[in-house]
Ligand binder design. Structure first.
Ligand code: VG1
Ligand code: CO
Length: 541
């Protein structure tokens, strides 16, 4: 065991989902080590503790895992449970933390950001409840990175991460486990595997694109082996260090190959894709894309069809920028509905306190109280359960949903990697005018309310301010603006647009067309294009 001296390294503030940086930054001397030591120091030390460790298989993940194991040992940890090959999807890691009552977990991923030597790397710390560390903890970790003087590491050979079973580093036990088995068993408890198996046997066809990221082995085992989907249902199923050059972000832009298959002649009944670390998902029907906010509302409306939720839901929670579609389901079913800031960590208290069963975000994330992370494959299995039980197509389910609840037309426009000063100026400009906006008319819409969203956690009373600028219009339309916390280059502005149409007329419009008034109102209010000089958004979802 040795103590190595270092100096604090700037720029380590963990954002929405842990710390993300260019891979080369993480590979630079002591960067990873300083952050990991700071995690241990800021959470009361590692002595006697048990951790879960794994990641999405991206470049540097295996070397990072070896170093973290040696550091945990030198810091006195009792045991680390690590996925074979250093692989664990984020939801599977969350499950293992809970299953083994571990003290926490370290997840090696930059989620949907591209990987490889030129791409991004990331480290997330999750607490004993299996969820992302809250703001108090990430703040303490950050503070520690600014004062750290060195780290502890064992001077030993690497462990064999391919060999399932127990090994030792000094006094610490390293348990290499199958990354899939416990997760798959949990899914069997929640979702009606028999019904889905029968549906596949009756000819139902699907395409699951794992985008060369972590969910490949999970989806193969669950969909093809356990549920009997045709071999080849799961494509891009082998996790690769650079994700095969793909950008493992499951949206129509980056999962365009899946979109093409689902809109082509002879398309399968159902399509899905997941992101790098397996917490996000996209669902697509034959010839119909399902927006994440709508997909979440459908899950809430149909959850009882799955055995794990047959007794109903305790409540639902969505992030503020997520559309109000799920609120309409909650109102109809008499469920509590919560609105939280962006980022899964804000759902943790509601889930722990038993106030919410399902949580969802517009950014292709949905999950339940089975873990404390969003869970892409779980959501896909819930959809399969619903499709098998209702014996309807995705299009029929969506049309029926909109007829019953009305339709929240919704889109997110991302302006990526703007100069930081430009991003700040755009937000500051709108923020300064918020108080004067109510009552004003812009692009033919009357503004009802405008604020900078602040969230008071109903469980612990903590307040998170500055979570996004909201402009609400008469009639239920909305424009929301916030800066991304997960980008690794410049400032990314996310513009969220929403308009409610109660139906029965107007449920079948083109989304961007339906949102045109909100799009021009947003430009009139914030001037993103005018100030940045960009002709339009880089990504539209
Ligand atoms: C984005 C999404 C947010 C999500 C976060 C982490 O954050 O908007 O909804 O929780 O990514 O997702 P931001 O700050 O860039 O908008 V993941 O798949 O990276 O765990
Ligand atoms: Co992710």
């Amino acid at each position: 065991m040795s103590f190595r001296k270092t100096r604090p390294i700037e720029g380590q503030k963990p954002g929405t989902s842990g710390l993300r940086k260019k891979t080369s930054v993480f590979e630079s001397t002591n960067y990873l080590e300083n952050f990991v030591q700071s995690i241990f120091d800021a959470t009361g030390g590692a002595t006697g503790r048990t951790y879960v460790l794994g990641g999405d298989g991206r470049h540097f993940g295996d070397r990072a895992a070896q170093r973290i194991l040696k550091m945990a040992a030198a810091n006195g940890a009792r045991r680390v449970i690590v996925g074979q090959g250093a692989l664990l999807s984020t939801p599977a890691a969350s499950h293992l933390i809970r299953l083994h009552r571990a003290d926490g977990g370290i997840i090696l991923s930059a989620s949907h950001n591209p990987g490889g030597p030129e791409g991004d790397f990331g480290v997330k710390f999750n607490g004993a409840n299996g969820g992302p560390a809250n703001e108090a903890v990430t703040g303490a970790i950050h503070a520690r990175t600014l004062t750290i003087e060195g780290y502890h590491i064992a001077d030993t050979a690497d462990v064999d991460l391919l060999r399932i079973g127990t090994q030792q580093i000094g006094g610490m036990e390293v348990s290499v486990v199958d990354p899939v088995a416990d997760y798959a068993a949990l899914m069997e408890e929640l979702v009606d595997f028999a019904a889905i198996r029968a549906h596949f046997a009756a000819g139902f066809r699907m395409r699951y694109d794992a985008m060369c990221a972590v969910t490949g082995p999970y989806a193969r085992e669950i969909l093809e082996t356990r549920l009997g989907a045709a071999p080849g249902t799961v494509v891009n199923a082998t996790p690769l260090p650079d994700f095969g050059g793909m950008h493992p972000d499951p949206n129509p832009t980056w999962a365009h190959d899946l979109m093409e298959h689902m809109f082509a002649k002879g398309a399968p009944d159902f399509g899905a894709a997941s992101d790098g670390d397996g917490d996000r998902h996209m669902v697509v029907g034959r010839g119909i894309y399902v927006a994440p906010s709508d997909a979440f509302a459908v899950l809430a409306a149909n959850a009882r069809l799955a055995p794990g939720y047959a007794r109903g839901l305790k409540g639902v929670a969505r992030s503020m920028p997520t559309s109000g579609a799920v609120d309409r389901v909650a109102a109809a079913e008499g469920l509590a509905a919560y609105e939280t800031p962006t980022g899964w960590k804000f759902f943790g208290n509601l889930l722990d306190a038993g106030r919410a069963t399902l949580c969802g975000e517009e950014s292709f994330g949905a999950g339940s109280d089975h873990v404390r992370e969003k869970d892409g494959l779980w959501a896909v299995l819930m959809w399969l359960n619903i499709l098998a039980a209702r014996r309807e197509s995705v299009r029929e389910i969506m049309t029926g949903h909109w007829r019953r609840f009305g339709r929240n037309y919704y889109s997110r426009h991302d302006y990526e990697a703007l100069p930081v000063a430009t991003g700040d100026a755009i937000l500051a400009g709108l923020r300064a005018r918020l108080a004067d906006l109510p009552g004003q008319e812009v692009s033919g819409l009357t503004i009802r309310e405008a604020d900078d969203f602040a969230y008071a956690d109903p469980v612990d009373g903590s307040v998170s301010a500055g979570q996004g600028l909201r402009v609400l219009f008469e009639g239920g339309g909305r424009v929301v603006l916030r800066l991304s916390g997960t980008g690794t280059e410049g400032a990314t502005i996310r513009l969220y647009l929403e308009r409610f149409v109660p139906g029965p007329e107007g449920l079948d419009q083109d989304v961007q067309g339906a949102l045109a008034p909100m799009i021009s109102a947003a430009e009139a209010l914030a001037g993103i294009r005018r100030i940045s000089g960009r002709p339009g958004p880089d990504v539209v979802t």
